[in-house]
Write a new protein. Sequence first.
Length: 74
Amino acid sequence: MATPNGHDAAVRRADEALQTYTLSGEGWRRSPSETLQQVLADLLHWCDDTQRDFDAALARARTEHAREAGRAAG
């Protein structure tokens, strides 16, 4: 089970990445939901270009998240 500090650290890292992304060369000033959507879309493009399986990576990330949160992946 993840410690509250581990969860908090993960949330801080994600927040910092998204803030950096919104201030990137595109200069986006979007809502958090729109920014997340754009990041995911860009990651899908990156996966296409690098022949990575986005869905498999997402499934592994969901499993890791569930493990860290102390619950079974579903």
